[in-house]
Write a protein that binds this ligand. Structure first.
Ligand SMILES: Nc1ncnc2c1ncn2[C@@H]1O[C@H](COP(=O)(O)OP(=O)(O)OP(=O)(O)O)[C@@H](O)[C@H]1O
Length: 325
């Protein structure tokens, strides 16, 4: 028995997701699909709902479909991460949607639903890697796209709290909100020294702007921060941006949209399975764009830990080819 549950964030992309759900409901009725739908009412609610569904399934197979942005999927993942009977899926209705870019999910929610229903019928889920963060207070947080600490986390924190995001979303320009906050903060942010231990080997940076740990290439609404990252290889891809003047940071930031930043000597790209991040002062940190507190943090790769309903024909090497999403 495979029970289907939708968890919908009606507020994603300024309420666009609520409208999308009305269209999806019609498709589900036409296709005579039986399901249950839950709407989130506050931040963190999707995680609670997902955990309750997973626990109540009592070992029976359950499919939890996140309908919203990357933040909703992040919460669904964190609620279900410890339940091996649960597979997850995603219908993108957020402002950034980096997960759907990196995993070849159709951009249009109705198409994503049709493709999902077909896959549910015809294929088994694909097992993808996730990342696990252990915070200073010993809390486990999972991510599917990426995590980061430093300047990028400050930006995602401000984006999450901003009204400008809502305004830009209204004109379908939501992804430019990151550019706005990058410009706003780049002249005042103070880079710090950072020690990063990767699989036992220590790397020190005197003046680091940020570190990002990626499971797939895209971040921040389509920037190709880690062009070589694959969610199937058991490795996490670490990008450290360091020793850059403010003006050069701006220049390098532009090149992130096509992955050109990796050619700069101030951008260090590494891979590993176990990563410890220490900084000279506590830095803001995010996971999948959601605030998670501060450094120090420990991060590890969980190889093929999460069953996800994806295009069964998706080739592992194709996940970062979705350039013109
Ligand atoms: N009913 C709600 N009211 C307010 N906030 C909510 C509600 N439900 C969920 N949230 C929070 O909204 C935040 C953003 O959600 P989500 O990421 O799904 O959408 P988005 O920001 O539009 O998309 P993206 O992350 O792709 O840019 C999350 O932190 C989530 O916890």
């Amino acid at each position: 028995m495979n029970n289907i549950y939708f968890i919908i964030n009606p507020q994603a992309k300024n309420g666009y997701c609520q409208k999308v759900w009305s269209q999806l409901e019609k498709i589900l009725m036409e296709q005579k699909i039986s399901y249950m739908a839950f709407f989130t009412e506050y931040s963190g609610h999707a995680e609670e709902i997902s955990q309750t569904i997973a626990a109540k399934a009592e070992g029976n197979r359950a499919t939890i479909i996140a309908v919203g942005g990357d933040g909703t999927l992040h919460e669904v993942l964190n609620g279900a991460a410890l339940f091996s009977n649960v597979q997850v899926a995603f219908i993108p209705c957020g402002s950034g949607n980096d997960f759907s870019r990196g995993f070849g999910i159709p951009k249009k929610p109705s198409q994503a639903l049709f493709s999902l229903l077909k896959e549910l019928d015809q294929h088994n889920p694909l097992f993808v890697d996730t990342g696990k963060i252990v915070t200073k207070d010993n809390k486990d947080i999972y991510f599917i796209n990426n995590m980061g600490a430093g300047f990028d986390a400050l930006i995602s924190r401000e984006v999450n709290r901003s009204r400008i995001k809502r305004l830009l979303n209204r004109f379908s320009l939501g992804k430019f909100v990151y550019v706005y906050f990058l410009l706003k903060n780049m002249f005042t942010y103070k880079p710090v020294s950072m020690d990063i231990k990767i699989d036992g080997r220590k790397y020190s940076f005197d003046s680091a702007w940020f570190v990002t740990v990626s499971n797939q290439p895209f971040y921040g609404g389509g920037m190709k921060i880690s062009p070589d990252a694959s969610p199937f290889d058991g490795l996490l891809n670490i990008t450290v941006v360091h020793d850059l003047s403010r003006i050069k940071l701006l220049f390098v930031s532009i090149t992130v949209f096509w992955g050109g930043h990796t050619k700069f000597k101030e951008v260090t790209a590494l891979t590993g399975r176990s990563i410890k991040i220490h900084s000279s002062g506590a830095l803001f940190a995010h996971a999948d764009g959601e605030d998670i507190g501060y450094t120090p943090l420990e991060v590890s790769a969980c190889h093929k830990a999460l069953p996800v309903i994806l295009d069964g024909n998706l080739k592992e090497e194709e996940v970062n080819m979705n350039d013109f999403y």
